[in-house]
Write a protein that binds this ligand. Structure first.
Ligand SMILES: Cc1cc2nc3c(=O)[nH]c(=O)nc-3n(C[C@H](O)[C@H](O)[C@H](O)COP(=O)(O)O)c2cc1C
Length: 368
């Protein structure tokens, strides 16, 4: 057993985390017909209930918000019912669980869209490359820029998803403003060349994020709403001319809500798929300095790197993605300095129980 700052409690708005390990949101593409969450998710998340907080996988707030196969939604009654059992299982196991509210924007394809429409985005700028669909790999298409008058309707879709997440019994929600999805497409200069009130200056590019956050806060109260950023991530064709200014401004504006937390992806090490690209400045410490609330860091953290970041005041808690995917008892393994299960990348997306609910716990390993 080790004494570690990781095992001490921390407040995140209205919720007290009994330890500083957060399970990062992880898309697993196992939803059933109608994008109803898979009942196996009850076992999967309950197995991980010793995390200080679980942020459940990205979940589309509207059918237009989908861009990957079999991702769950939070826009139909059947989906709410599916989530209810999952949340109950996590609570019965003593855990806390937020839902990540998602709209992929341009990271989609007409094959995912109702009536085969074009995906929407901040601007009509496509991503180079291909995406996976039920009909195989397809080129990304050029999205349709949302009309100014349409934006409030999309904000309302996030509010509706937030209300349905509340009905499902979640402890809170995380607004997904990271990884090149719709809110990020509005935030960053590389994907937003709008000339209306939602584009141009950093103030205008942050407006959509702030309107969504306000609408979600109206449903939940700020103390149960987190926001996730990936200021330096370049996945999904993302870049920004000045991430320090863009995300600095957005963070300062978020301060007025008094949110549950801000969650920032910025690996402290090179060589991780989400590491800060060469020539791009690191932003996380700057945002930490600006944000008046609980600050969660993520990306390539080990137990030691997490302890360091918290001890140095660079974060209050650390989220683990792949380590949590493969280690339901990550907390206990960290406590005992035990080895971690290796992740099986072939079962990350799609399939059933294999690579989902069958990763061994320490005690099962010891008993074998
Ligand atoms: C299989 C997989 C699914 C992911 N799904 C999501 C998601 O739904 N929402 C999100 O914000 N990030 C998602 N991510 C990113 C993770 O939350 C996390 O930022 C990333 O894995 C880096 O953390 P790690 O090094 O601890 O794994 C996903 C990553 C992986 C590997």
């Amino acid at each position: 057993m080790t004494d570690s700052i990781l095992f001490t409690p921390v407040r995140a708005g209205a919720v007290t985390l009994p330890n500083r390990l957060v399970m990062a949101p992880l898309t697993r593409s196992r939803a059933l017909s109608g994008n109803v969450p898979n009942p196996l998710a009850a076992t999967y998340y309950a197995q991980r209930a010793t995390a200080g907080l679980i942020v459940a996988e990205a979940t589309q707030v509207t059918p237009e918000g989908q861009g990957y196969p079999d991702t769950p939604g939070i826009h139909s009654d059947a989906q709410v019912e599916g989530w209810k059992s999952i949340v109950e299982a996590v609570h019965a196991a003593g855990g806390r669980i937020y839902l990540q509210l998602w709209h992929v924007g341009r990271v989609s394809h007409p094959l995912y869209q109702p009536a085969g429409a074009l995906p929407v985005s901040a601007s009509a700028i496509g991503i180079k490359g291909q995406l996976y669909t039920h009909e195989g790999m397809k080129d990304y298409v050029t999205p349709r820029a949302l009309e100014t008058e349409e934006v409030p309707g999309v904000v309302a879709q996030y509010a509706d998803g937030a209300a349905k997440a509340k009905r499902a019994g979640f402890d809170g929600v995380e607004v997904h403003a990271a990884n090149g999805y719709l809110i990020d497409q509005f935030l960053r200069s590389g994907s937003n060349i709008r000339t209306d009130r939602y584009g141009g200056s950093v103030e205008n590019r942050a407006r959509f994020l702030l309107e969504v956050t306000e609408a979600v806060v109206d449903v939940w109260g700020a103390e149960r709403v987190g926001v996730r950023f990936s200021p330096t991530g370049n996945g999904n064709g993302m870049w920004d001319a000045d991430p320090v200014a863009t995300f600095g401004h957005a963070t300062e504006r978020l301060n007025r809500f008094g949110l549950s937390y801000l969650h920032v992806i910025e690996p402290p090490v090179d060589g991780h798929p989400m590491s800060v690209p060469p020539g791009v400045p690191r932003v996380a410490d700057h945002l930490r300095g600006l944000f008046k609330g609980t600050f969660i860091l993520n990306g390539g953290f080990t137990k030691e790197l997490a302890e360091q970041a918290i001890a140095q005041g660079r974060a209050d808690a650390v989220a683990f993605g792949v380590p949590y995917l493969a280690n339901p008892d990550l907390l206990e393994r960290f406590r005992r300095n035990a080895p971690l299960n290796p992740p099986d990348r072939d079962t990350f997306y799609g399939g059933g129980a294999k690579g989902y609910t069958d990763y061994p716990f320490l005690d099962t390993v010891a008993a074998e």
